[in-house]
Structure formats: C-alpha cells, structure tokens
Design a protein around this ligand. Sequence first.
Ligand SMILES: C[S@@+](CC[C@H](N)C(=O)[O-])C[C@H]1O[C@@H](n2cnc3c(N)ncnc32)[C@H](O)[C@@H]1O
Length: 301
Amino acid sequence: MAPAWTEIAVIAPVEWLELVAETLSLGPCSSVAFGRPSLATPEPPPGLEWVRAYVIETEDTPALRAEIEAALGALGERTGASELANLSVRFRRLPPEDYATSWRKSWKPMRVADFAIVPRDWKGTLRAGDRRLVLEPGGAFGTGRHPTTRGCLRAISRLVRPGERVLDAGCGNGVLAVAAALCGASHALGFDIDPSAIPYADELAEWNGVRARCEFRTGTFECLRTEERGFDGVLANIFADLIQAHAEDMASRLRPGGWFAFSGCLDKKRYPTVAAIEEAGLVIDTLHTRGQWDTFVGHRP
Ligand SMILES: C[S@@+](CC[C@H](N)C(=O)[O-])C[C@H]1O[C@@H](n2cnc3c(N)ncnc32)[C@H](O)[C@@H]1O
C-alpha cells in the first residue's frame, strides 16, 4: 500500500520565501518546493508565492503541526517584518499514491546543454554528442527541472575538464556532482545537511556509472577538512543567505584560476549576494536569470 503524505502550504511574500522554506523544513518535513500546489490552485496575489513542504502521514502529528504553526507565528517578531506577522498555514492530506513510481506518468526526457536527462529504463536514441544523465525523482529530491539546477548543469557542461576535482555544496540527490563526473571530473565531493539525501546521491552515481569518482557526505560546510582545498570547480545550488555566509570559505577551497557556479539565489537578493561573492575575491563572469532565480558563474583570479 502506497504511503499517504500531508502537504503543508503557506503563501508568503516573495522576498521572504527562503526564510519561510527554512521554517517549514522541520524534523520529518521533506525538502521544500515553491509554486502553486496544482494548476487548479489560483495564482497568489502579486508579490506572494506558495511555499510547500511534505510529511509522510505517520509523522504528521498534532505536535508537529503545533510546532510548525508556532515557528511560523514567531517569524514576524523574529524578523521585525510586519508582512510575516500573520502567515497562515494549510495542512492537506494528499490521496495515497505511489509517488515512487507515479512520476513516470508525466516524466519526459529533457535536454539541458549537452545532457540528455532520462529515466533508467529509457529506450530512445540519443543525439550525437549527447551525454546521458540518468535521473529518477526519488522521495523529495529534485527532478533536474528547477531553473537553478539547470543553470548549474549548463555551467558544468561548459566548464568541467577531464581530471578535475569538483566540490558540490548542498548536493541533494547528487545530480550536479554526478553531472561533473560524467564530464570527466576525477573526483566530485558533495555534501548535504539532509542525511536522507545521501543514499539518493550514492544511488544516482551508481546508476550513472560514476560511483567510484563521487563521494557524498552528510553535513554542512564544517564536514570539509581544512586541507580539502585546491578544487578546480565549486558548485553551490543553495539559498542566497548560505552563499553569502560561505562565499569566503568556498573561495578559499578553489584553486587560483578555478571556476564556480552558485545558484539558488532569488533575484531580490542579487546585490548582497554579488557583494559577498566579490568580497570573497571571486570574479563573476556571467549572471543567468531564469524566472526569479539567479545563477552566478565565474572564477577565482
Ligand atoms: C536547491 S537544493 C539543490 C540540490 C541539487 N544540488 C540540485 O542542484 O538540484 C539545495 C540543497 O541544499 C541543502 N542544504 C541546505 N542548507 C544546507 C547547508 N547549510 N549545508 C549543506 N546543505 C544544505 C538542502 O538540503 C538541499 O538538498
């Protein structure tokens, strides 16, 4: 019997989406998504956006709901922002569905730069020059379709050279590290604060035949050893606040002349993020914006 899930949804001001997303990622709540829950849901008013998290039915307890409501209720006071004072949260039981396989109904192979992103059992023919990247959505993790992931995949396809060592901060399902390995990286090291991400990342590396060249760790920046430096490339598809907070650390891990691709930054946070990247001694060569998401690509002089 497929498990049922509860959707936890909030309409929040666009400039506070990251903080609200972080607030919803409590305990057993899985990774957060942005946007309308379904096409039948009306668009929120201008300046507002849906933030959604999911929790498996057995973990959806009154105590968890109270904890989420209290955390959201405290945001106004925590930030001093009156627009966060009265956020309301909607809990909705989703009909039981085998989410592990139901994605197949709507999943279509996709092309990003020279990556052809396909499910494991895909029997189609690739174009000459395509790199096959096997990806299957698992649990709460990405489908490779988010503009921030696509922005990083484009950079990887352009920048990774055979034999390079690449760091992937906030690796999630490992798609970026695996893509780097498919482009010839000799070692791609990813880490993620969410321990449930790492088995997916290991499996993804296995499916793509690059397990021996990928290493995934649970943790945040502190899980990197001091001597782990001199990377040829650093990828970070995480929130703007984290890019700002860790720009210096990421810059110091990069060899001179090495490249970086940072994404996950809402365009509203562009200027403080650019300032933090430049203050860390990095040069931004290109800024790609898709929808409201920025991807910064550049190098360490
Ligand atoms: C937007 S997802 C990116 C996933 C994947 N790299 C991609 O491009 O599709 C951001 C990831 O960063 C992780 N993350 C958030 N805060 C983190 C932190 N402080 N340290 C490490 N990982 C973090 C989240 O768990 C999530 O998996």
